[in-house]
Design a protein around this ligand. Sequence first.
Ligand code: ADP
Ligand code: MG
Length: 277
Amino acid sequence: PVPPPVPRGAPLTGSVVRVGPLAGLEARGVSAWFGDHHVLDSVSLQMRAGEVTALIGPSGCGKSTFLRILNRMHELVPSAALAGEVLLDGKDIYDPDRRLTEARRQIGMVFQKPNPFPAMSIYDNVLAGLKLTGQRKNRQAKDDLVEECLLKAGLWREVRDRLRQPGGALSGGQQQRLCIARSLAIRPRVLLMDEPCSALDPTSTRVIEETIAELVAEVTIVIVTHNMQQAARVSQRCAFFLAEQNTPGYIVEHGPTGAMFTSPRDPRTADYVHGRF
Ligand code: ADP
Ligand code: MG
């Protein structure tokens, strides 16, 4: 049975983190290698503005690699090579005239394992990304930004009275929401999430899913998940990645999430989404 989607929240308002206007992201013919290991072959996918796109598929088929290509983290690996284009609002983020920091600022990432700076205060964790982008703010502006990001990440109520406590003192689910708040503080236009709930308990997972459903009104989201129920609950579109015996990963099928689950075109998609893989 396919679970009903989490209701999408009303647009969040706030003057400080104005994330919009919404931006779409598009991969065109993306291929990737680590040395001579070919891991992705000609992946094309439109990730529409204001939607959650879920990337699903077995381990090792290149989902995380694809996500890192979308914000120029792939090139941090010395042996990594890449072909194709990634367009943010129609402009190639790999354009040599475009600054690397700009792409990374506009396209934030949240990882599987929550990674706040454990000894740093909750408050400073939210602002940690601003140093990297060289933004300076006065005290009031910082306070406002911290509050707004924590609100949007669904964590404010729980931490408003303990902002000076270390990030490492929070539970796993709270730490993940702190990482979401930290990503939001640099006003990304796209948020990439690589299995953000797979290290979390069911209650925290539900809270993060609700956060995602609200956030997507402001920021385009791409999420990798192994949890098919989660893909059905949070995403509007889905892409099924597969890598068959020693061949690079590619997209078997993509489309509206409902159709992917109820009437997939490819029998391998049906097998995967129904857990027969
Ligand atoms: P997924 O996220 O779908 O599990 P990955 O993108 O992590 O898949 O991995 C795709 C393939 O790329 C795997 O064969 C993996 O071993 C390889 N790979 C991933 N990262 C690196 C790396 N830094 N160096 C070499 N090979 C890598
Ligand atoms: Mg992965």
